[in-house]
Design a protein around this ligand. Structure first.
Ligand code: UD1
Ligand code: CA
Length: 452
């Protein structure tokens, strides 16, 4: 049976107290809705329809490249009404899965169990919660079969005491859905069209309703407030940490790691505390990351080490490199093998050849360094003349003395030595020492000024 997915995402999310539509709030660096759309894709959905309303333009433009169908629910009259808006996209031949845009951490495996449990009928996801407040409760008959779902606001005291809750996610047969939705009314405490009424309608029609109970309450947890968003963030990060530990990565503290994207690790990688990984990060074998590093869209080769407090972005680092502490790699930094970048060195849009070193206090921007170049402390490439950026070329085996300023465009030829403190604005000849600075003089008979 083909699978059609309907994602409910029209709600305002008033309790978020934010101008941003709820499903755009980031979890692990990505909007909530992105997780749900990924899930639909992983399940092999034929069609996915997203019912949206609040912040419609913002939501659509945040997902401009999705192939999902956008269904506008101008007025939020309830979950049943929301599903009805998406009905034209649902095939009669399909199994229909209802997901919530604000329930991002449900596992694909759980949803497969849900689809299996539904078969030709209906299935819902439930969980036993210590604190079931706010959720719809599952009412079962004496034989333990699901009888109906009662919303908290419509529930009596006995029903409110039930701890088994409705997660909201549901699987149903496409060919029955339209009829059931048409039969749902809004005579309830909230004057809403409740999708949950489908359960009693199905049973009335002799269609089986099965429940899949999940153990991990985080799978079915929705985001209604910043507090819940923070709880889910920790749950997501715990999942990342557990996966990494399982893969053999050493984490100094699994609770002090943040992955906002994908982190792929080779063998025997070690990550110290408080590191943030964003976008796509790939670490080779035996890479060590020191404490308090921020690493975004970076590949690091085998046996390299990043020392604490380094900030690395859109860069490539080869094997056996040493970067940091306090290093900054900006977009386009590309380090060959065995490169050393030390404290307070900033590298932008530059390549450094094998075994080159800039160990202290430098700016290397728009530059091309060959192999075995030694960049002395305080060296600056002056890449910007106030109007345009220019390149600095430093060929193999050059030695740049401390505090040199290299005024681009300029080429330091192979094996050049540059005297400390030089300002170099003309190309240098290979293999020679070039100095460009005032000669040191001492004034005989000079007296310090006297205070009057
Ligand atoms: C719903 C369920 C409840 C369940 C709970 C789980 C119903 C009637 N109740 O309650 O049994 O325990 O979810 O979280 O279904 N939405 C729309 N359009 C609407 C209304 C809602 O798109 O008109 C979307 C919301 O954006 C949200 C989802 O549907 O993603 C659930 O809506 P919400 O208002 O949170 O439902 P609850 O009342 O919490
Ligand atoms: Ca809710």
């Amino acid at each position: 049976m083909p699978l059609d997915v309907i994602v409910l995402a029209a709600g305002l999310g008033k309790r978020m107290r934010s101008a941003l539509p709820k499903v755009l709030h980031p979890l692990g660096g990505r909007p909530l809705l992105a997780y749900v759309l990924d899930t639909a894709r992983e399940l092999g959905a034929r069609k996915t329809a997203v019912v949206h309303g609040h912040g419609a333009d913002a939501v659509r433009s945040a997902f401009a490249s999705t192939d999902a169908h956008w269904v506008l629910q101008a007025e939020q009259l309830g979950t049943g009404h929301a599903v009805q808006q998406a009905l034209p996209f649902v095939g009669n031949d399909a199994q229909v899965l209802i997901l919530y845009g604000d329930v991002p951490l449900v596992r694909t495996a759980t949803l497969k169990r849900l689809l299996d449990a539904a078969g030709e009928g209906v299935a819902i996801i439930t969980a036993e919660l210590d604190d079931p407040r706010g959720y719809g409760r599952i009412v079962r008959d004496r034989a333990g079969r699901v009888e109906r779902i009662v919303e908290e606001k419509d529930a009596g005291a006995a029903e409110r005491a039930i701890r088994e809750i409705n997660a909201g996610l549901m699987a149903l047969p496409g060919r029955r859905l339209g009829g059931w939705l048409a039969a749902i009314g809004n005579r309830n405490a909230q004057k809403e069209y409740y999708l949950t009424d489908v359960v009693s309608l199905a049973l009335r029609d002799g269609v089986a309703v099965n429940a899949v109970k999940v153990e991990d309450a985080m799978e079915v947890a929705g985001v209604n407030s910043k507090r819940e968003l923070a709880l889910l963030e920790r749950a997501l990060q715990r999942r990342h940490a557990e996966r990494l530990l399982e893969e053999g990565v050493s984490l100094a503290d699994p609770a002090r790691l943040d992955v906002r994207g994908t982190l792929a690790c080779g063998a025997d990688v070690a990550i110290d505390v408080n590191c943030v990984f964003e976008g796509r990060v790939a670490l080779g074998s035996r890479v060590r990351i020191g404490a308090n590093c921020v690493v975004r869209n970076v590949t690091i080769g085998d046996d390299s080490e990043v020392l604490p407090f380094s900030h690395l972005e859109d860069s490539e680092i080869g094997a056996r490199c040493r970067v940091g502490p306090y290093a900054r790699l900006r977009p386009g930094a590309s380090l060959a093998d065995e490169v050393h970048i030390g404290n307070f060195v900033e590298v932008k849009a530059s390549r450094l050849g094998r075994a080159s070193k800039a160990n202290h206090l430098s700016y290397i921007g728009d530059a091309e360094l060959g192999a075995r170049v030694n960049v002395g402390a305080g060296t600056i490439t002056c890449n910007y003349d106030g109007a345009a950026k220019h390149r600095t070329i430093i060929e193999d085996d050059c030695f740049i003395g401390s505090d040199a300023t290299l005024v681009a465009p300029v080429r330091i030829a192979r094996g050049s030595y540059i005297g400390a403190g030089s300002t170099i604005n003309k190309d240098t000849p290979a293999g020679q020492l070039t100095l460009a600075r005032a000669r040191q003089v001492s004034i005989p008979g000079w007296k310090p000024p006297k205070k009057s």
